[in-house]
Write a protein that binds this ligand. Structure first.
Ligand SMILES: Nc1ncnc2c1ncn2[C@@H]1O[C@H](COP(=O)(O)OP(=O)(O)OP(=O)(O)O)[C@@H](O)[C@H]1O
Ligand SMILES: [Mg+2]
Length: 280
């Protein structure tokens, strides 16, 4: 892929190609089965070794407390995720979902194995290097919203942009646009305590998307919400996916997982299934 082309442009091109796929039916009328992930991948026809996946983790293990009482939170996990995919990672409590999310989000490094993001090995980077990657590539959404109570919605969304040294005016513009995007244009001056749970999570989503990171990582984003607010948040997440973002949702809720295009199940630190969701 052309390195100068932005990820969103690449995804857009891939989506356009998908929308036009009827124009390129094979001449011999043979049925061609292409997986959802491949249809989202512009370079699906390239040989495996030339294809650059967005995420490629190979044989990753995470071992807490090495020694007698060690916990293998992830045990030889390998998987790839392509740009523009909508993936749910599902599994019971303690199965290793958050550990995997921390790896995917460059918040932690594996004990063993390698993680390539855009073809670059990010599993052996320093904290500063990982932090740069996170700032550029990844928007995080957590179960507990993680908003600062003393700041308004707008200030909460602006805060990471301050850390990223975005100039003040641009900061305000990006934060306002993100809050409008999640339907909170009229609540920007409210503090978290003056917002409902669903609205607080929308502020957190606005904070995650303000600088248009190509990857959205959400760990139980609806875990603290009633069902109406959950639907609301999933609608926002769906529309971000439709915009071309890669969305990875960690959940133990099968109803949430069923909304993703691909469902990966982990159990005891192992991937036990990985399949395209036939229901969407
Ligand atoms: N810092 C840590 N030190 C030791 N063990 C840990 C640590 N973090 C997680 N674990 C263990 O690793 C395993 C996987 O934990 P993880 O948090 O990834 O599970 P999870 O699937 O996210 O669970 P939940 O659905 O409850 O959030 C668990 O057995 C947990 O006890
Ligand atoms: Mg967890």
């Amino acid at each position: 892929m052309e390195p100068t082309q932005s990820i969103n442009e690449q995804v857009q091109t891939a989506n356009d190609a998908e929308n036009n796929s009827s124009a390129t039916a094979p001449e011999n009328n043979q049925t061609v089965n292409i997986s959802e992930s491949e249809r989202h991948d512009q370079s699906a026809t390239a040989p495996e070794n030339e294809r650059e996946h967005l995420v490629r983790i190979t044989d990753i293990s995470k071992i807490y407390n090495p020694g007698e009482n060690e916990v293998r939170a992830l045990d030889h996990v390998s998987l790839t995720i392509d740009e523009g995919e909508f993936v749910a990672i599902i599994g019971q409590s303690g199965s290793g979902k958050s550990t995997l999310m921390n790896m995917l989000g460059c918040l932690d490094t594996p004990t063993e194995g390698t993680y390539y993001l855009h073809g670059t090995d990010v599993s052996h980077m320093t904290d500063d290097e990982q932090s740069d990657i996170r700032n550029r590539e990844i928007g995080f959404i957590f179960q507990g919203f993680n908003l600062i109570q003393s700041l308004t919605a707008l200030e909460n969304v602006e805060l990471p942009l301050i850390y990223r040294k975005v100039p003040r005016r641009q900061r305000g513009e990006l934060a306002r646009a993100a809050l409008e995007r999640v339907g909170l244009g009229k609540r920007m001056d409210h503090k978290p305590g003056e917002l409902s749970g669903g609205q607080q999570q929308r502020v957190a989503i606005a904070r995650a998307i303000a600088q248009a990171p190509p990857i959205l990582l959400a760990d139980e984003p609806t875990g603290n919400l009633d069902s109406a607010s959950s639907r609301d948040i999933m609608n926002v997440i769906h529309s971000l996916y439709e915009d071309g973002r890669t969305v990875i949702i960690i959940t133990h809720d099968p109803g949430i997982a069923q909304q993703a295009k691909r469902i990966i199940t982990i159990s005891d630190g192992h991937v036990i299934s990985d399949s395209i969701n036939p229901n969407v």
